[in-house]
Design a protein around this ligand. Structure first.
Ligand SMILES: Nc1ncnc2c1ncn2[C@@H]1O[C@H](COP(=O)(O)OP(=O)(O)OP(=O)(O)O)[C@@H](O)[C@H]1O
Length: 372
């Protein structure tokens, strides 16, 4: 168990700044997910923590100790990287056993340790194969098993489920958090899959262009995304983003969708007249009947049944597209005219120009001291 601190890290490759004054604290036994698009700098950051590359500026502290003069092999870090880096001349068993061998564990402890982690990762049937006889998904799980086997205090996992097929990936999303929690290690976990990030992270750091754009619990990121792009990255189907200009009336602040007022009770006068974007999560929009106050007339353009939900695409009279999702099996119109209800209390409002979230009043008050 250990803590990790990154202080003002800068990393450049030639003229490109890949990590741009990045700071981060990871608590003891915390699972922190680094989430972001390709090229954001996630892998470089992991390699820098591991000691495989050096920062140009800033420091890495593991367990409170500055790692500037500590080589990779003495950092107490377990790693599973995207390129697997398995020893080709060793079987999967021997690869997974290597950290235990290095610790001079007994052969019985090694066998037990390898079998346990291999069973959990469903590679127990290929332990005698060499890497060239493993599929990419099996290679990746072997690399993950090797990282876990040595029970290192700090685990760095670079997209360990990237090559795993969809079914296994789904199972792993459920099992890995238990496995990692049981290890008690501090974990930095890289993924580009928002569902994996939400399932695995105690907190998620959203990275882009070498910076952390937002850090928070999965719920905070989903319910209070710092900007439109982050709102778009988290959620399936994707958040609806509609250009609006908030107006004031006796009932408070509202926006208009197809000439129907949608009240935004949590916002103040400061948003009136500003070019904004309204963010509506598809699961917060519902079909309703025409008599409901605030019902917005729409035409149902398409409906897609997915596994656990049904997604409908509707068009307003002015041709705005809105996605709705509802649990599979719940009835709803599949075509033709319909009405929808929008809950203004669960809507996001973003500044159109900057893309930044305009924090609702209630949240500003409950988080006094935090930048609004
Ligand atoms: N050794 C290197 N030399 C030069 N540029 C590099 C080197 N390693 C990484 N980069 C550059 O740094 C940037 C960040 O790369 P990095 O691999 O960290 O991204 P990433 O967020 O992990 O992406 P992905 O999810 O696709 O793996 C990229 O533009 C990459 O080209």
């Amino acid at each position: 168990m250990t803590t990790l601190q990154l202080k003002n890290i800068v990393k450049r490759f030639k003229t490109q700044t890949v990590l741009d004054n990045l700071s981060l604290d990871v608590g003891d036994s915390e699972r922190l997910v680094l989430f972001g698009p390709s090229g954001a700098g996630k892998t470089v950051l992991l390699r820098l923590i591991a000691g495989v590359v050096d920062p140009d500026e800033g420091s890495v502290l593991i367990g409170g100790e500055d790692m500037a003069d500590v080589d990779a092999e003495y950092r107490g870090v377990g790693m599973a990287f995207q390129n697997f880096a398995l020893f080709p001349h060793m079987t999967a068993f021997q690869n997974i056993a290597s950290p235990l061998e290095a610790k001079r564990s007994s052969s019985r402890a090694i066998k037990e340790g390898v079998d346990k982690v291999a069973r959990l990762l469903k590679i127990d049937h290929v332990l005698l194969h060499h890497p060239k006889a493993l599929s990419n998904g099996q290679k990746q799980r072997t690399a993950l098993a090797r990282a876990l086997a040595g029970s290192p205090p700090l685990l760095l996992l670079d997209d360990p489920l990237r090559n795993v097929d969809a079914k296994l990936r789904f199972e792993m999303r459920l099992e890995l958090p238990r496995l990692l929690a049981a290890q008690g290690a501090t974990v930095v976990y890289v993924t580009q899959d928002y569902k994996e990030a939400m399932a695995l992270g105690d907190r998620i750091a959203v990275m882009s262009q070498g910076r952390i754009r937002q850090i928070g619990t999965p719920e905070e990121i989903y319910n209070t995304p710092a900007d439109m792009e982050i709102a778009r990255l988290f959620g399936d189907p994707v958040v609806n983003l509609l250009d609006v200009t908030p107006l004031a009336s006796s009932g408070g602040i509202h926006v208009e969708l197809s000439n129907v007022k949608v009240t935004l009770p949590d916002f103040s006068e400061e948003v009136v007249g500003r070019s904004c974007v309204l963010g509506l999560r598809p699961e917060t929009v519902a079909f309703t009947n025409a008599a409901t106050p605030g019902a917005i007339p729409v035409t149902v353009a398409a409906e897609t049944p997915l596994n656990e939900k049904t997604v409908a695409l509707v068009l307003t009279a002015r041709g705005r597209e809105i996605l709705l999702s509802r649990p599979a099996g719940t009835p709803g119109p599949t075509s033709g005219d319909a009405h929808i209800a929008v809950n203004g209390r669960s809507a996001f409002l973003f500044d159109k120009e900057s893309g930044l979230l305009i924090r609702p009043r209630a949240k500003i008050m409950s988080r006094s001291g935090e930048a609004a």
